[in-house]
Write a protein that binds this ligand. Structure first.
Ligand code: NAP
Length: 300
């Protein structure tokens, strides 16, 4: 059984690493804020003092941190994975980052005989906790096959999509859908509210039909409770939108829906709501509509 290293125990990484542990893999964890390592260590993981030390003790080193510079830091930085990884080991970056940076990191690791996979995920904090993530994997296909039992501990839909960076490209496609969908959910609920429809009943009726979606069922339900706490933070989604706009500009591809979503999320961030969940887009919709989702009394 492969020895797994896990770096980044945030909203996603905490659940994912716990599922690897539960599947019986020996696991070494590291997090920049050490207190977040405690639940994992109490459950049987061993703790390390740096990403380098994680790599020294592991065959497969997984990281899920925030943005491209953070992945560069934990893998290529002074105390990074690259200084502890042995030739033949595999680095799996599960963060959502720039496909270009992914390729650069993969080529640095390759010089040391270390293989890399980009394996971003979809399914949110719930999927991370329940082990039901979708995992889209780019890089060396043999390395993918070797890591498959570990991926199966974290996800249900696990697809090899091509060479280095292609996992990130597919994840960006996912993020195009996430935002446009979330905007639709917020707009539809506001429409229902303004029309004086009972929101719970509207939600139940729509959830069972052709317009249902993950965003409606999970984030729509949060909106009905007035819950703006993050499964997925606005600040992280803005990073993904930036990556989509950069890649589409390079491909000279118009992105009408995503362009609108980008501006709305920027407005949300400017309101100081960057640490809230993406469902907080309702605040921009409310501002534009001049009314509140849960307290609207207007009827037509
Ligand atoms: P999060 O809760 O903010 O956690 C971020 C993690 O990265 C924390 O463990 C943080 O350490 C660590 N980190 C950030 N910068 C670092 C650095 N420079 N050096 C070392 N550690 C660093 O975020 P998350 O929601 O788990 O998201 C993580 C990644 O998954 C992001 O790329 C995000 O886009 C992606 N993702 C998120 C979701 C979701 O629904 N949440 C879904 C799919 C994909 P500290 O604890 O010390 O801050």
């Amino acid at each position: 059984m492969k020895r797994v290293g896990f770096i980044g125990l945030g909203i996603m990484g905490s659940g994912m690493s716990m599922n690897i542990l539960r599947a019986g893999f020996p696991i070494t964890v590291w997090n920049r804020t050490p207190s977040k390592m405690r639940p994992l260590i109490e459950a049987g993981a061993s703790g390390a003092s740096s990403p380098k030390e994680v790599a020294e003790r592991s065959d497969v080193i997984i990281d899920i941190v925030t943005d491209s510079p953070d992945v560069e830091e934990v893998i290529l930085g002074p105390n990074g994975v690259i200084h502890g990884a042995r030739p033949g080991s595999i680095v799996v970056d599960m963060s959502t980052i720039s496909p270009i940076v992914t390729r650069r990191i993969a080529s640095e690791l390759e010089k040391r005989g270390v293989r890399m996979l980009d394996a971003p995920v979809s399914g949110g904090d719930i999927g991370a906790r329940e082990g039901t993530l979708s995992i889209m994997v780019g890089g060396d296909e043999d390395a993918f096959q070797e890591c498959l039992p570990i991926f199966k501990a974290m996800g249900k839909t696990i697809i090899y999509v091509g060479d280095h960076g292609m996992g990130q490209m597919v994840k960006l496609c996912n993020q195009i859908l996430v935002g446009i969908n979330m905007l639709g959910v917020a707009e539809a609920l506001m429409f229902a509210s303004k029309a004086g429809v009972d929101l719970e009943r509207a939600f139940t009726a729509i959830s069972g039909g052709a317009a249902s979606s993950w965003q409606l069922i999970n984030n729509g339900a949060k909106l009905l409770k007035g819950d703006l706490e993050p499964g997925f933070k606005v600040s992280h989604y803005l990073k993904d939108l930036r990556l989509i706009m950069e890649a589409s500009a390079e491909m000279k591809l118009p992105m009408l829906g995503t362009g609108l979503v980008y501006q709305l999320f920027r407005a949300l961030d400017a309101e100081g709501l960057g640490e809230k969940g993406t469902q907080a887009i309702i605040r921009v919709i409310e501002k534009l509509a001049g009314c509140s989702l849960l307290n609207e009394k207007t009827k037509i």
